[in-house]
Design a protein around this ligand. Structure first.
Ligand code: NAP
Length: 458
């Protein structure tokens, strides 16, 4: 029996946004929250597992430290390898639970919209990231690393992540949990130079300063920066820019003053430059770019405007890192302009009216911005809305109890797995990694993941 103080909640998506939502629900004192955490993959933790760069183990550790602890709660059930929208419909979940929270992230990306983008050799950085992180949906992809120069379009942290992975000594990556096939491909890589294209100037980079400072510590990689607009050594950055921007510009200035060492690889940061067209016969061979100048709009924002100055860059690999984008979710209203499930502060809305008992958190709520930790407050705000609605009597009763839900789901997908299955995968990967002094060796295809889930590693 479900009493008036028990809330049965389905959280869809076990990435950081979903994990923080579960944490907040468990901390709730007024209601006793019981959570079913649905995940399409056999593995939890979303971008912590398949997005964070492998050379950032501290950021990945949140999975072991906090998220695994959350999964161990007796009030949480992990329901992995089950796809909401395929095995179960949104309308059914809305009926079965008091409330449903979607934390499905941003599974797509923005295109550059230039001719030639469809040529082979041009990819979304999002796919490259998922590939080197061993995401089972992307492990079959092939990236041609046989050219000498790659171009990364965009000036955010994702652009810096892929530039680092493409240039850093493979010996460093051999200590990480990067997918084995990616390690092998990088060992054979011919890439000597990665050019990062920022469409705006040095003051407008979307990357963060700690990530920029990492470039200073990259072994065997020269950093080349066009330095026209950068301050000199003793010059104070007096622009009306904020503190974070000034720090970034100082880091860029420092980087630009470093003497080149003739290192085997280099990263070139080019600013005020946009792609115009990708050229090649079937495969990318060159990128036509244009120099930009900045123009302040009526809203005060500086935007890139093309000049007449065009030039060609020889390249065989183009990665666009210009932002992620959310997918519409079957049965839920979508804000196509922002690429999010339509919501007000986490309550899903249809027009101006809230859809009772349905909530969002993370990138599918606010768009693809922010670091892992940003999801904590985002999830807390959403959970607060949910609890207020519960208090105000706006949630409908849950039609099924926990056992009924599970037997219904198991009937539809006998291959769904619970926490024990994930524990088996986790143990197996760690054990394999320990033999090579690595945190884990990831299983990267669904078949192996499911086989490992079924068999405890010994
Ligand atoms: P992002 O931070 O939004 O950066 C996107 C970049 O693409 C910006 O430089 C943007 O320039 C540029 N851009 C957009 N449209 C463009 C176009 N049509 N042509 C050329 N350039 C274009 O996105 P992201 O790098 O994908 O990162 C997503 C979020 O994840 C961010 O909040 C990021 O901080 C976070 N993240 C964090 C880490 C970390 O903590 N280490 C790692 C990876 C990602 P404009 O500024 O001119 O629009």
């Amino acid at each position: 029996m479900i009493d008036g103080k028990t809330l049965r909640v389905a959280v869809i998506g076990a990435g950081p946004a979903g994990m923080y939502a579960v944490e907040h629900l468990l901390q709730e004192a007024e209601f006793r929250c019981e959570v079913d955490l649905y995940e399409r993959l056999p593995t939890p933790y979303g971008l912590v597992r398949a997005g964070v760069a492998p050379d950032h183990p501290d950021k990945k550790r949140i999975g072991d430290r906090l998220f695994s602890y959350i999964l161990e709660s007796p009030r949480v059930r992990f329901i992995g390898n089950l796809e909401v929208g395929t095995h179960v419909r949104h309308a059914e979940l809305a009926d079965w639970y008091h409330a449903v929270i979607y934390s499905v992230g941003a599974g797509s990306d923005i295109r550059m919209g230039v001719p030639g983008e469809e040529l082979s050799g041009c990819h979304a950085a999002r796919e490259f990231v998922a590939w080197y992180n061993g995401h089972p949906d992307y492990s079959h992809l092939a990236f041609d690393l046989s050219c000498e120069r790659a171009v990364v379009v965009g000036n955010g942290n994702v652009a810096l992540d892929v530039a680092r992975i493409l240039t850093m000594p493979v010996a460093e990556l051999e200590k990480t949990d990067i997918a084995d096939y990616a390690l092998q491909a990088l060992r054979n890589s011919a890439i000597k130079e990665v050019v990062l294209l920022g469409r705006r100037g040095h003051f407008q980079g979307a990357f963060h300063n700690p990530e920029l400072e990492e470039l200073e510590r990259l072994a065997d990689v020269d950093i080349v920066i066009d330095s026209e607009d950068l301050p000199g050594e003793n010059e104070v950055v007096l622009d009306d820019a904020d503190w974070e921007t000034r720090r970034k510009v100082k880091t860029l200035a420092r980087l630009s003053r470093r003497p080149l060492t003739g290192a085997p690889r280099r990263i070139v940061l080019r600013f005020l430059t946009s792609p115009v067209e990708l050229l090649g016969d079937q495969k990318v061979e060159q990128m036509l770019v244009v120099e930009n100048h900045l123009e302040r709009g009526d809203d005060g924002v500086l935007r890139a405007r093309p000049t007449e100055k065009e030039s060609l860059i020889d390249t065989g690999l183009v990665l666009r890192a210009i932002g992620y984008r959310g997918y519409p979710f079957p049965g839920l209203p979508f804000d196509d302009q922002r690429g999010v499930i339509d919501n007000r502060d986490g309550r899903v809305v249809e027009g101006d009216l809230p859809v009772p008992g349905v909530y969002v958190t993370g990138w599918i709520k606010r768009g693809p911005r922010g670091v892992i930790g940003s999801n904590k407050k985002c999830a807390r705000d959403t959970v607060r809305c949910l609890l207020k609605d519960a208090r105000d009597g706006h949630l409908s009763p849950a039609a099924l109890n926990a056992d009924q839900v599970l037997s219904e789901l198991a009937g539809r997908n006998p291959a769904l797995l619970g926490l024990e299955g994930w524990r088996n995968i986790d143990r197996g990967e760690r054990l394999a990694g320990a033999h090579q002094g690595r945190p884990r060796i990831k299983y990267t295809d669904t078949e192996t993941l499911l086989r490992s889930a079924a068999a405890p590693a010994g």
